[in-house]
Ligand binder design. Sequence first.
Ligand SMILES: [Zn+2]
Length: 208
Amino acid sequence: MDITEVRIKLMDDPQDRLQAFCSVTFDKSFVIRDLKIIQGSKGSFVAMPSRKLTDRCPKCHNKNHLRAMFCNQCGVRLDDERAVKNVDGRAKLYADIAHPINSACRELIQQKVIENFKEELIRSENPGYHCSYDDYGEEEYAALKIHHDDEETSTNSNNSPEKTHRLDQAEEKSVPQNHSGNQPDSVRETASKQENSGSGDDFGSGLD
Ligand SMILES: [Zn+2]
């Protein structure tokens, strides 16, 4: 299996640990979008596309993001220790949507992406630079964004601005690049109705 193309979208905030979004094409046949390049303590690393994990309110059974302090639906105070902890003791708030299942593949993706990222940084110095990562769904994002802002203020108002917060915001930025952002409204409504009706299927919770 070969990586035949990598497209990079550089972020322009040097304070942000999120350095870029990217897509990776395998064998000229299959694309995965929304990978992230993140500044780590030992250099940049690649994070797989992920979705926010949710759980159900004990009172009304509405789904809430694990970082929500209060239920979005009924406002009940939620247990802030309810997220499952990783081995390093940090709360597990996201789950990968697509990821390598062996270290050889992980290395291949990491190496190819970082190599392309460095080249993109050099290219971006040119005055005529144009980003190759297609930003389709940008207009729909604008509409979604308003909705999200309302939601976020009610959900996260009590959260302190910690390190992961910026990455969390980056997650919001990734909404338009999610292919679900291109679905017609009717489809999206159906999806969210199913979610609220308690189908038990966690997939699509990224649409919240
Ligand atoms: Zn509730």
